[in-house]
Design a protein around this ligand. Structure first.
Ligand SMILES: Cc1cc2nc3c(=O)[nH]c(=O)nc-3n(C[C@H](O)[C@H](O)[C@H](O)COP(=O)(O)OP(=O)(O)OC[C@H]3O[C@@H](n4cnc5c(N)ncnc54)[C@H](O)[C@@H]3O)c2cc1C
Length: 402
């Protein structure tokens, strides 16, 4: 192993949270390294479609947003983190705009949709490639700065040193390396790909969502919460085969699609809480009112024919392209859908600066817990990545300079 490089701040992971942390730390004056398991583009954040929440509507406020988060979490979220999430939301959006992310606009304002569990229209979108647009803006800012990127570096171990941390990496097609840093930001995402594989189920997640970094932090003694609370996305694609595991954006339901059983009956509030809607689908199928795909999988209908074409063209063009490419036009026939493993609700315990219970070790994005409690609302994960990624980067930079 060659002698370790030394940085002020080391960020692990290149999703929205890691990129936000790296950009914020660098802009705060730190000498930053970002190491990530695959290519810099390989992450869940880039796959996010539907949107990002922020209270911009005239009848909305950060307080109403916070109340929706608490209710959706069944009052299990950490109110302190929820207040920060919703309170920082507008400035997080403006920051992304400064970095070049252009949200879809209409009538002089943002195009806003109402997502499941929300009392107001609050979901900003970039068509239905919102995660792609946000990560591109963050990636451009990161690559335009002085921070170094180490792709194909998988964190294998982390140990405290007299002046911070030493991180050891397995390197694809290379020898293991170590990197020393004053502070470390863990932004390595969740574990739903690995968990789905273990359960022999489908997942919406990128294959890099395997969760070993959480394990490394737990072994060091970091505290975690709600790690058992994994979220099913209500609308996994069930048919055709090429769409299995695809997450049909919740914006389909925001723009009028409804869930129907085999008898054509609406059996649940299609804009209800995610866990409630998923459970209603499971229950409907168990009660024998579901339908079966051609390869024998359980499903119900998502009647997307109710979505006005103009809304679909603006807010669902990628979904339309994917399904039409697979031989189904969602505007003329309903889709077959079934819940699919999607998101790790819990994670490492953090404070308002995204510091874990171990000093100098930060966590942001899906690897952190508390912000969503045991049931996340759509659109709050990308927001969490930006809000707490920025906070983590700034705080890690400040602590590293002491
Ligand atoms: C299909 C899909 C659609 C979604 N739609 C939305 C949406 O519309 N709105 C919303 O708010 N949320 C959405 N989500 C959820 C949201 O996108 C993710 O929860 C969020 O982007 C996670 O960001 P992150 O930075 O925490 O992790 P990720 O984006 O998953 O990034 C984790 C990074 O860590 C790296 N990594 C992992 N292990 C290691 C290791 N050992 N060493 C080094 N690096 C490692 C990975 O390679 C990756 O670069 C969606 C998720 C999916 C999968």
């Amino acid at each position: 192993m060659r002698p370790p490089d030394r940085f002020d701040v080391l960020v692990i992971g290149s999703g929205a949270s890691g990129l936000a942390a790296a950009v914020a730390a660098e802009r705060a004056g730190a000498n930053v390294a970002l190491a990530t398991k695959g290519s810099i583009q390989a992450n869940n954040s880039s796959k996010a479609q539907g949107g990002i929440q922020a209270a911009f509507a005239d009848d909305d406020s950060p307080e109403l947003h916070a109340a929706d988060v608490m209710r959706s979490s069944h009052e299990t979220a950490d109110p302190r983190l929820v207040e920060i999430l919703t309170g920082d939301a507008r400035s997080a959006i403006h920051w992304l705009e400064e970095l070049g992310c252009a949200f879809t606009r209409e009538d002089g304002g943002y195009r806003l949709a109402r997502c499941g569990g929300a009392s107001r229209r609050r979901l900003l979108q970039v068509g239905d490639r919102t995660g792609h647009a946000i990560t591109k803006a963050l990636r451009d800012a990161h690559e335009g700065g002085n921070a170094l990127t180490f792709p194909d570096h998988a964190l294998a171990a982390l140990e405290p040193t007299a002046s911070g941390w030493r991180a050891s990496f397995e390197v694809k097609n290379g020898d293991p390396v170590a990197i020393d840093a004053g502070t470390v930001v863990l932004a390595a995402g969740g574990r739903c790909f690995a968990e789905a594989k273990r359960r022999q189920e489908l997942s919406t997640n990128h294959p890099n969502a395997t969760g070993e970094v959480t394990g490394i932090a737990l072994d060091l003694g970091a505290e975690a919460r709600d790690l058992d609370a994994l979220q099913y996305h209500p609308n996994g694609g069930a048919w055709p085969v090429t769409m299995q595991g695809y997450s049909i954006p919740e914006t389909t339901r925001a723009y009028g699609a409804v869930l129907l059983n085999a008898n054509g009956e609406e059996f649940t509030d299609s804009l209800g809480l995610r866990d409630v809607v998923s459970q209603a689908i499971f229950d409907e199928v168990t009660a024998g009112r579901g339908v079966e795909t051609e390869d024998g999988r359980p499903a119900v209908y998502l009647d997307t024919t109710r979505i006005p074409e103009a809304d679909a063209d603006i807010s669902l063009p990628y979904m339309l392209r994917r399904y039409r490419g697979a031989g189904i036009d969602p505007l003329t026939e309903p889709l077959l859908t079934y819940p699919v493993l999607h998101y790790q609700n819990g994670g490492l315990v953090i404070d308002e600066h995204a510091e874990t219970t171990l000093e100098g070790l930060y966590a942001c994005g899906e690897i952190a817990g508390g912000t969503h409690g045991r049931n996340r609302m759509m659109g709050n994960s990308l927001l969490e990545c930006v809000v707490f990624g920025r906070r983590a980067g700034r705080a890690a930079s400040e602590k590293a300079s002491v």
